[in-house]
Design a binder for this molecule. Structure first.
Ligand code: IMP
Length: 449
C-alpha cells in the first residue's frame, strides 16, 4: 500500500494532470483535497483531452474518485463538468464518484454579479489592480467556511427545509454586503476618476453594479434541486472514513492537489495574490481527512520553466520573443479560464523553498521540449538582497527525439537536457522520478505506485 500526494511546485499549471494520469491506473482511490472549479487538470485521452475541474482526474478509469472535505463544491459547474467529460467519453460512469457531506458549497451570491465580482471591481477602482481571481467564487466560499455563520455545506443541500431556513437567514446579510459594496464602488469611482479599460469591461461593470436583488426563493429551489440531483449522481458520504478504510485495506491512494504550492494561502510568495486554500502537501491530511504518518510519497510536479496566471509576483518572468516561443511551444493558456499564462525562467529559489515546505521525495518534470532550440536558457539560482533573481546560463538543447528516448531511455535525452534535469533535482533536493518531455511522451524512472 502506498499513499502519495501530488502537487505542483510553482503556481498551479505545471501539469499535475499528466503525473496523476500516469499514477492513477495503479491507484485504487484518488482524492481531490483542496480548491474547486478554479483549477483544471487536463488529461490526454483518445487523441483529445478530458478536462477535469472538481472531479478527481481518474473517473474515466473507473477508479474510486473522492471529492474530499477540503474542496469547495460548485453544483452547476460540477454538472457542467460531467457533461463536458461525457462529450469526450460517453461511457464515463459516476458509480465510483464520492462527495464529502462536509465540503462547502459555492452559492450564487459568492460569484458574479455579486460578492467576488464586487470585491474585484472595488480593488480595481481603488488601486488599478486586483487579485485576478478565476471568478469561481472560491475566496468568498472559503471565507464563509472560516466565518462559519453563513456557510452552506453539501449535506445542507439534502434537506430542503433546513436549506430554506439557512439560505433565508444568509441572503439578507449578503444583500447588505452587496448594497454596501455598490455604494462604496460608486463613491470610489468618483474619487479616483476610474474609467473602464474598454467596452467589454464597462458592460461587465454595469452588470455587477446593476445586479438584481439576490433571490432567496430561487436559490432555495435551485439548490434543493441540485441536492436531489446529487443524490442520484454521486454518493454523498463521510469521505474521510472511506479513505481511511481503503488505507487500512492496504490500497494505493493518490491525493491530488489543486493549484501549486506557490498559491498556498499561508505560504505563497506574494499575499494576497494567491488562492484561498492550502495547496501544499500537508494540506492533503486535512482535506482528505487522514493522519500525516499515512503519507509515504510527496511528489512535486515541476515545469521546466515557470508559468503563472493572474496577478502576483513572478521574479523570473520574461517578455518578448523568447517568452512567446515558450508560450506557443508549451500551449500556455489556463484550462479553467482560457487566459494566456505569463512565463519565465525556472525559479530555483521557489523550488528549493517549496521542497522544504512540501517535503518532496520525488519530482515529476514536465515541458522539456518547450525549451528546445531556444537561443538562450537561464535558471534562477537565488535572489539577491533586493529580491532580484540571480541567473545561471545553461546550454539549450536540440528538440528531443522520442525515438532516441524510446530506444535508450534517459540516455536518449540530449546531454544538455540531462544537465538541466540534474540542476532541477539539486534545487528540489530529491530525485526525479518521471519526465514528460513532450506532451505525454514520457519516461517513468521510478513509478509512484
Ligand atoms: P482564485 O483561486 O480563483 O481565488 O484565484 C486566486 C489566484 O490564484 C489568481 O491569481 C488565479 O489566477 C490563481 N489560480 C487559482 N486557481 C488556479 C489554477 O488552478 N491554476 C493557476 N492559477 C490559479
Amino acid at each position: 500500500m502506498v499513499v502519495a500526494v501530488v502537487n505542483d511546485t510553482f503556481w498551479g499549471d505545471c501539469g499535475k494532470g499528466w503525473a496523476v494520469s500516469r499514477a492513477a491506473p495503479n491507484a485504487y482511490t484518488i482524492v481531490r483535497f483542496n480548491g474547486g472549479c478554479n483549477a483544471g487538470h487536463s488529461v490526454p485521452y483518445k487523441g483529445g483531452e478530458l478536462n477535469y475541474h472538481q472531479v478527481p482526474s481518474a473517473l474515466h478509469l473507473g477508479k474510486n474518485c473522492i471529492m474530499g472535505n477540503g474542496i469547495v463544491f460548485n453544483p452547476p459547474q460540477f454538472f457542467n463538468e460531467l457533461e463536458e467529460l461525457k462529450k469526450v467519453e460517453p461511457e464515463i460512469s459516476t458509480d465510483t464518484l464520492y462527495l464529502s457531506d462536509s465540503a462547502h458549497v459555492t452559492m450564487p451570491y459568492h460569484v458574479k454579479p455579486y460578492i467576488e465580482a464586487l470585491e474585484e471591481l472595488l480593488d480595481a477602482v481603488r488601486t488599478g489592480k486586483n487579485i485576478g481571481t478565476t471568478g469561481k467564487g472560491i475566496g468568498p466560499t472559503y471565507s464563509d467556511k472560516a466565518n462559519r455563520r453563513y456557510a452552506v455545506r453539501v449535506g445542507d443541500l439534502l434537506d430542503q427545509d433546513a436549506l430554506a431556513d439557512k439560505v433565508s437567514r444568509i441572503v439578507p446579510v449578503k444583500q447588505g454586503f452587496v448594497d454596501f459594496y455598490k455604494g462604496l464602488i460608486g463613491s470610489e469611482m468618483e474619487r479616483t476618476g476610474y474609467k473602464p479599460a474598454n467596452e467589454a469591461e464597462e458592460k461587465t461593470n454595469r452588470e455587477i453594479l446593476e445586479s438584481p436583488p439576490i433571490d432567496a426563493d430561487y436559490i432555495i429551489e435551485k439548490f434543493a434541486g441540485y441536492g436531489k440531483q446529487l443524490r442520484d449522481t454521486v454518493e454523498i458520504t463521510d469521505t474521510s472514513k472511506m479513505v481511511n478504510d481503503h488505507i487500512d485495506e492496504g490500497r494505493n491512494v493518490l491525493l491530488e492537489a489543486a493549484q501549486g504550492g506557490g498559491l498556498d494561502v499561508d505560504y505563497c510568495n506574494d499575499f494576497p495574490n494567491c488562492t484561498s486554500s492550502n495547496t501544499i502537501t500537508g494540506a492533503a491530511c486535512i482535506g482528505a481527512g487522514i493522519s500525516p504518518d499515512k503519507i509515504e510519497k510527496r511528489i512535486g510536479v515541476v515545469k521546466a520553466y515557470c508559468s503563472r496566471v493572474g496577478s502576483g509576483a513572478f521574479p523570473t518572468e520574461i517578455f518578448g520573443g523568447i517568452a512567446e516561443t515558450i508560450q506557443d511551444n508549451g500551449k500556455e493558456y489556463g484550462r479553467a479560464t482560457g487566459r494566456k499564462r505569463r512565463v519565465g525562467w525556472l525559479d530555483g529559489k521557489v523550488l528549493r523553498d517549496g521542497s522544504r515546505l512540501n517535503g518532496y521525495n520525488g519530482l515529476a518534470v514536465i515541458g522539456l521540449n518547450a525549451l528546445a532550440d531556444l537561443p538562450e536558457l537561464k535558471v534562477c539560482t537565488d535572489y539577491d538582497s533586493d529580491g532580484t533573481p540571480i541567473y545561471y546560463d545553461m546550454d539549450p538543447w536540440p528538440r528531443i527525439d522520442s525515438g532516441e528516448v524510446e530506444k535508450k531511455g534517459l540516455e536518449g535525452l540530449p546531454l544538455q537536457a540531462i544537465r538541466y534535469l540534474d540542476t532541477i533535482a539539486k534545487f528540489g533536493n530529491t530525485e526525479i522520478i518521471m519526465i514528460d518531455y513532450d506532451f505525454g511522451k514520457d519516461l517513468i524512472l521510478n513509478p509512484i505506485f
